[in-house]
Each structure stands twice: as C-alpha cells, then as structure tokens.
Design a protein around this ligand. Sequence first.
Ligand SMILES: Cc1ncc(COP(=O)(O)O)c(C=O)c1O
Length: 498
Amino acid sequence: MTPITQLHPNGEAPPAERLPDSQPLYRQLADHYRRAIGSGVLRPGDRMPSMRAFMQRHGVSLATATESYRVLERDALIDARPRAGYFVRVPPAAGLPAAAEPDLAVPPGAAQFVGIHSVISSIVSTFQRYPDALNLGGATASPDLYPTEALQKAALRALRRRPTLLTAAGHDQGDPELRAVIARRALDAGIHIGADDLIMTHGGIEAVNLALRAVTQPGDTVAVESPCFFGLLQALESLGLRALEIPASPSTGLAIDALAFALQTHPDIKAVVAVPNLQNPLGTVMPDAHKARLVELCAQAGVALIEDDPYRELADAAQPPKSLKAWDTDGTVIHCTSFNKTLAPGMRVGWINGGRWHPRIGMLKFAQSRHNEQLSQVVLGEFLATNAYERHLRRLRDRLRIQRERMAAAIATSFPDGTRFTPPGGGMFFWIGLPRGTSSAALFEAALKEGIRIMPGTVFSNSGRFDHFIRLSCPSTDMDLADEAVRKLGRLAGRIAM
Ligand SMILES: Cc1ncc(COP(=O)(O)O)c(C=O)c1O
C-alpha cells in the first residue's frame, strides 16, 4: 500500500509515512480521506479518484477500494454519481430557507405596457464600464464547457463535404438535414413532428419574437410568468404588447390556477408564454401534471401557448423532462428552442415548431430575415449525427452540477440572514431572495466595483416586486474564483441589507 498522510486537492496521495496498522486497510484508507475532507484539503464537489486510480495509488485490491468508498458513502462524506464517479459530498445548503411561494390570493393586476428597455440599457452600459468583471450574470456556460474543437472539426468536414456551402442559397425553412435530426431528437422531449414542421431561427429569441408576432397585434395582452426572462419583456415592449404577470412558484413554475383566473377575467389575453423546463430565473422544472393542465387550459381558452424551452436538456433528471408540446393535440403550443445554451452560444442556431400558426410563422420569418446562415446549421447537423452531443450533454450537466453545488455551499455560508433560495433542478441559475428591503440595484453597482457582474432582480419583472432578488449564474470553470466572488457578494449583501 502507498503510505498516506496528506492529499492533494485532486485526491492524489504523495508518498509519506505509514499510518499505524491497527485497523483494517479499507478503514485506514477511509479515515485518510475522511481527514482530507474534514480539513478542507478535499472540498465539496471535488472528484474522488476513480476506483482504478485508487487501487493503483494505494496498491490495494478492488474489494478494499470498494469497501473504503462504501464507508465514506455511508458516512455521507462522498456521493456516487451515475457514470461520473465519486465526489466529495456537498452539504445541503443548511441555514437558508427555500424561496417564498407567491401569494396566489392576490388577483393579477392590470396588464401593462412594458417599460424595461431603459432599465436593461442602463445595466448593459454599466457592464461595459467593467469589461473584466467576473461574469456571474450571464445565461450561457463558460466557453470551455462547450465542445470547441469537435465543432471546429465538424466545420471543416462540412466545408469539404459541401463546397458551395458559403455561396449557394439555402432552404427557406433551414437546412433539411439538421431539421431531420432535430425532429428525431424531439421524440425524447415527447414531441412527434417531421422536419417540415420546423423553421430554423436566429436563436431562441427570434423564435419567441416570431411566435408573438404570429398570434398578437400591437396593444394585445400576453400572460407571462413573474418573474420572467427579461428578453421576453424586451420583446413585448418592442412589439407594443402588454404583459400580464402571473405568479410563478419556485417549486412548480407558472401558477396554473392564477392563470385560469386571469383567462376568465382578462378576455383580451392572446397568448401565454411559459418556460416549463429550468425557468429563467427560477430554475424550476414544472411537474408533468401541471404541464398537462396548462396545455389543456390554453387549448380550451383558444389562446396560443408559446413554449420557450432552451434549457430542457440541462435538467438534472436521469431522463430529460418533457416539453409542453408533448401534451399538445390541436396545435395550441408553439415550441421555441435553440442550441445556444446547450451546445454553441456563438452559432445562434434556434428553431420553432409553430403548431397551427406554422404557415404564418414561415411567412413572417421569410419577410423578416429569409433563411438562416447555412454554415452553422450544417456544422451542427454533422455534430448531431454522432452520439458526441449526448456525451457532451452528460459532461456539461455534470460540470454545471458540481459548480452549482460549490456555489450553493458558498451562498449558504456567506449571505446574510434572511436570504432565501430554492436549489434549481439543473442548469446554471440561482434565484436568490435577499432580506426584504435590500436593493439589488445597489448590490449590482457595489459588486461591479469589486469586479463581479450579477443580474439584479429589477429586470425580471415590470412590477418592481423582485427588486430585492438577484440572479447568479455558474460562470466559469475556475471554481475557486467563483467561490471567492460569491463570498465577497455575500459580505456586500450583508452590508447593504443592514
Ligand atoms: C428563457 C429564455 N428564452 C430565450 C433566451 C434566448 O435564447 P437564445 O440565446 O437562443 O436566443 C434565453 C436566453 O437567456 C432565455 O433564458
């Protein structure tokens, strides 16, 4: 057995003196790692050595290695993760209560024209004054979590295979091969469609804009989740639409009863927009029963249901959750999504299945921007034709989960009393409720001066009711840097909350 006294953070044991041999070997090894975890040499979320590495490092049999890990697992010091190995357990975020549920007894207010552009513009221009700030405010993962090299190789293959890719015009609806792959993959989301039912778009945001334009006229009312993605509020504002904010629960998403009431009291609602999987900013995955009810409710009311679904494949569940579209029987659901969060933010490839508005959306897309650039689509078609995407998704989910666990532990120990959050069901966001009265705008400014970028809650609603919330995202693979930034933010929030 390799002698053991001290571990490096990656779990490697450098040569050192032997421990007394009074206990069985598997126990000595378990104790060795227990001390490393206890002293912080191995930290929550760190990967433990693989079984093979453990056996080689300590010169022990598989039975001894397995038994050591069994002891550590039993003592809740490490967790096994399917297909990923063993990790130092992240203690549950003790001390922080779950986010408060919305008060559904309050009837929805009047639908309002959105006035969010100026708030967002001011945030963006403030960001620009601090270009080097660590970005905890974004909505994509760090570039090194995406398969840069594999996509570059796919691009070269695509250009060789299709020499006129850059010079010949493409199909109006987008590349047929990519659409065929997407239609096959849609089966996993519970959606049965053909390639011709899809139109490729410039990211998910163009899909949402097209959907809104297809089903509304300026001045109409659209029911949205509250809080919701600020890009949706910007889209509503730019199209002259009114937003009716429907409360969303941090545990189940859009409150269906509140929506049912709103549909009765506001006959002018022309569309409902929902993010059922990993809602932005809540990180909630809507339970299946709610998804079924939501689709049924909109179908009965004759109101378009715009499903904005870019995060589904980042959910933690063993089986990715289903899309609302899986329950659609009459074309009520317009399904919008993209590869910008899951695979390639730089390529901006999205798509839309327009339900019964498919022909109108095709016409609007043609009038607005013609077909999308071909190169990105063909590259993604190449990449998706193999199982590289599945492998990448598994790795990305794993890395994001490790980052989230580390961040959750840092938030729990460094934010002021009265802070609340519900751990998300996957993805990259934390929606954090600061003690009431704490200004997220003030924290945003103070954090930027310390070199940290966050998203203040002010942009996720037209109502001002989330001004004491912030959205943090897992940004980079440098978890020590992120840890330090979160702790600094916690201290700043504590000062502002006083
Ligand atoms: C819920 C939601 N919808 C749409 C988008 C925009 O997606 P894309 O970058 O694919 O245009 C985002 C990006 O943050 C989002 O969070």
